[in-house]
Design a binder for this molecule. Structure first.
Ligand SMILES: [Fe+2]
Length: 497
């Protein structure tokens, strides 16, 4: 039997040729533990495994690499290879060939299937390579704590395993018990669960708690009457229940149209994949719920803070909205929106420790009263410090009254020593203070507030933050000026962070 050969498409001294005989397997990676060490930073330590089975079929599996494997330009988790295929690990390309070409009749069957074949025996055999690829996927999926991003990734992986024409993730709404399509490929392919083979497929899978697969719908009497199947021209369907700790949380659904069928090995692999996907989705859902409750709690806190003084009603929410607008504009804080949101909502929480007689006083403040008011940043910092999930928001809570010229409080920090979130929030906070009425003065017009911000650039405010404000001044005004401002703010707070 000829050897399979992987040769680099561009010759280089650090790129070995890889030869594999039947039954051989080699790992490829940058690390010393790899069988084939490729000295290139774009590869993971253990990037991939190439294997030739006893029949001469060459396959490659991703071992959880960072930069993935691409076969003929398409990212694959696991793929069969055939002579002429170009496979890319990171940015290194190899071409597949046979070391000595066999007679045509002996050439391995050309197959684009990306499923590792699982031998069907009485006692299920654990396919180590498939398991490794699955574990890599599982580890990757458990790293997501953002539900929408995870849904997309699960569909990516499902697509690379199953190669469906259409696919969807359905999740149970715990409140209503209804199944909702939460992610769909191609987008808009499905609007409701009733389109999933008249729900027959989904119900079968959920009721049996097992993979439901129909290789050829024309041969299956259960789906002969399903109008949606017949209308769409569905040939082959697979549906796998997503089982959480306390029962089903949803299902993965995929179908093929036209003439192509799912391969017979799909069921086992799909079940294993769904097990990992369910664990990751359940965790992300819990996180999502916790996030939502947490946000609601923050908003309640913020309202309670602002309610003590009717002049400051809505202040925390507006400061949060302005801060997020500045952060979004700068482009530097994309990963920190949530931190900034929390800081904005809670920046004045320490005011709960300031006596009413001082907080609500309409006349000018004496030095002692000023000290008491200024203490709100230290009180707030002390209140939130024990809460680990607010740790990153503390610098803005403590520092939003620091001044660029060093004359602020509580730490008299200066310039870049002030945390960027605090410098950003100082602009947002002052804009809202100026454009809101006070017992001793009317609200300033937005244009006057903007003029004063610019005049104080380099004194009270970081010039870079004022530049950012210049770019979004109209957005600030829109978020401030009723009657549309409240709706705009809540939309912004919902969509950013
Ligand atoms: Fe404040």
């Amino acid at each position: 039997m000829p050897e399979s050969r992987l040769a680099p498409t561009a010759a280089a001294p650090n790129l070995p040729i890889i030869n594999l005989g039947a039954g051989q397997s080699k790992t490829i990676g940058r690390g010393r533990q790899a069988d084939v060490v490729v000295d290139d930073a774009s590869l993971s330590r253990l990037h991939a495994r190439v294997t030739v089975d006893s029949s001469g079929q060459l396959a490659v599996d991703d071992l959880g690499s960072t930069n993935g494997i691409f076969v003929n330009g398409t990212e694959q988790l696991s793929a069969y290879l055939t002579p002429g295929d170009v496979i890319r690990f990171g940015r290194i390309e190899y071409m597949v060939s046979l070391a000595d070409a066999p007679p045509a009749a002996e050439a391995p069957a050309v197959s684009q299937t990306i499923l590792r074949r699982v031998a069907i025996t009485d006692t299920p055999k654990v396919d180590k390579l498939a398991l490794e690829a699955l574990l890599a996927t599982s580890r990757e999926m458990m790293g997501f704590d953002d539900l929408p991003a995870l849904l997309e990734r699960v569909l990516d992986r499902l697509a690379s395993i199953v190669k469906p024409d259409r696919a969807a993730i359905l999740l149970l709404d715990p409140a209503t018990g209804a199944l909702i399509p939460r992610a769909v490929r191609p987008s808009g392919a499905y609007q409701s669960v009733s389109e999933f083979a008249s729900s027959t497929v989904v119900n079968e899978a959920l009721n049996s708690r097992d993979v439901f697969i129909v290789y050829d719908i024309r041969m299956d009497p259960r789906l002969q009457q399903a109008a949606s199947v017949l209308l769409a021209g569905v040939r082959s369907v697979v549906c796998v229940p997503l089982l959480g700790r306390n029962g089903p949380i949803g299902a993965l659904y995929a179908d093929k149209l036209g003439v192509e069928q799912f391969p017979p090995e799909l069921a086992e692999y799909a079940a294993a994949f769904a097990g990992h996907a369910a664990a990751a989705l359940e965790t992300a859902q819990l996180y999502d719920d916790r996030e939502r409750h947490f946000r609601a709690t923050l908003e309640a806190f913020a309202k309670a803070i602002d309610a003590r003084d009717h002049y400051t009603a809505g202040h925390s929410e507006r400061v949060t909205a302005y801060s997020l607008v500045l952060a979004r504009r700068s482009g530097q804080y994309a990963a920190e929106f949530e931190t900034i949101r929390r800081a904005g909502m809670l920046h004045d929480i320490g005011k709960v420790g300031v006596p009413d007689a001082v907080l609500l006083k309409s006349g000018s403040l004496d030095p002692l009263e000023r000290t008491l008011i200024e203490a709100h940043v230290i009180i707030g910092h002390g209140m939130l410090e024990p809460l680990p999930f607010l740790g990153a928001s503390l610098p803005a809570v403590r520092g939003h009254h620091e001044r660029w010229d060093g004359a602020g409080y509580p730490d008299r920090l200066e310039g870049m020593d002030i945390h960027p979130h605090a410098r950003l929030m100082a602009v947002a906070d002052s804009y809202d203070a100026m454009t809101s009425a006070r017992p001793y003065r009317d609200a300033l017009p937005a244009t006057e507030a903007a003029r004063r911000l610019r005049a104080d650039s380099g004194a009270q405010f970081d010039p870079q933050m004022v530049e950012l404000f210049d770019a979004v001044e109209e957005e600030f005004a829109a978020l401030h000026e009723e009657p549309d401002a409240a709706a705009l703010r809540s939309e912004l707070l919902r969509s950013v962070g």
